[in-house]
Design a protein around this ligand. Structure first.
Ligand code: UDP
Length: 333
């Protein structure tokens, strides 16, 4: 298939590029490198550069999106490009709505106008807000508690309306906490600034500095937030399964998690085990917008599409992240 990926130079997008190329597809990568990295893009497409085109544009550029969809005879779109930081979304919500919602609406219109009726959308467990029941199924109420989650929810609603009005087919993938790096160490996480727990803990380990613990008074087993970590390679494999299953005019939503919850303290313990020494911990106030516990029930995608995470263990996820962290530091990536 010809697959267009927005945000294909980002962390998850670059892993998806690599996965789709390995499956034999042609990819059209749309990324203006606002947050993506040329090094990730080039590493991701290095095995099959002849099947990977890069378009330096943002999703809010309707003319560029329409041209890309038509010129490359795109069959399906994976829409990764978005702002992703909960805390930043609380501080600067309008920027999040403009980018995450506004950009997605432009892309959706371009898809409809180009006759592309298969779209995989990167959503988030943040659409569930602070759920009362854990693990969370897709049928849990959607009531996000921060602008990031609300921006993703709004796009979910727009997808459903576009399905009814125009026959769009979509798969909404609600990510829990994505982590790790490619198992062969070729690509990994490169955020600037890095806000995510595992890379921050590992960077602290490498630097001999401390990692913050944002809140230790949550109603959880040790007072710190509980999250469900899914390996980035398992996550992108689910995208391919979901893409192939899309039928124009039909829409589905799937949770993507490993179905096990770990507290922030347990995650730092796992980082210590991976790197072989203690990591200093610095207690800090709660980070605005963080729900206490998010753990997936992913049975829908396992049963409907046969998704089977290959690396669900936190130890493996952290080990791959640590291998990547050492490479990132040694190559100044
Ligand atoms: N967290 C932390 N210290 C950090 C980064 C994150 O305690 O340096 C916490 C954060 O408050 C949240 C959890 O780790 O409870 C996961 O945060 P992350 O930013 O990795 O992912 P999110 O859940 O926001 O998608």
């Amino acid at each position: 298939m010809n697959v267009l990926l927005t945000g294909g130079a980002g962390y998850i997008g670059s892993h998806a590029v690599r996965h789709l190329l390995a499956e034999g597809h042609r990819v059209v990568i749309v990324d203006d490198l606002r947050h993506g990295h040329l090094s990730s893009l080039n590493a991701a497409r290095s095995a099959s550069p002849e099947r990977a085109v890069w378009i330096n544009a943002g999703v809010e550029d309707y003319a560029a999106m329409l041209a890309a969809l038509v010129d490359y005879e795109v069959d399906a779109v994976m829409h990764f490009a978005a702002f992703i930081e909960v805390g930043e979304s609380v501080a600067d919500p309008l920027r999040y709505y403009a980018n995450n919602v506004g950009g997605s609406l432009v892309l959706l219109k371009a898809c409809i106008d180009a006759g592309v009726y298969r779209l995989v959308f990167s959503s988030t467990a943040a659409v569930y807000g602070a759920p009362t029941e854990v693990p969370i199924t897709e049928d849990a109420p959607l009531s996000p508690i921060n602008p990031y989650g609300r921006s993703k929810w709004m796009v979910e609603l727009a997808l459903e309306d576009a399905r009814r009005a125009h026959g769009l087919g979509y798969a909404i993938l609600r990510y829990f906490n994505v982590a790790g790096a490619s198992s062969d160490g070729v690509i990994g996480e490169l955020h600037d600034p890095e806000t995510h727990l595992i890379p921050r803990a590992l960077a602290a380990a490498a630097a001999g500095s401390s990692v913050s613990i944002f809140g230790d008074d949550y109603p959880t087993q040790d007072g710190t937030c509980v999250r469900d970590f899914v390996h980035v390679e398992d996550l992108v494999a689910a995208h391919s399964l979901a893409m192939h299953a899309i039928v124009p005019g039909m829409g589905n939503a799937y949770n993507l998690g490993s179905e096990r919850g770990f507290s922030v303290r347990e995650v730092i313990d796992a980082c210590e085990a991976a790197c072989g020494h203690a990591i200093l911990r610095n207690p800090e106030p709660r980070r605005p917008g963080d729900p206490p516990a998010l753990v997936a029930d992913s049975s829908r995608i396992r049963e409907a599409l046969g998704w089977m995470p290959r690396n669900p263990d936190l130890a493996t996820i952290v080990a791959h992240a640590w291998t990547w962290e050492k490479k990132r530091q040694s190559q100044s990536l």
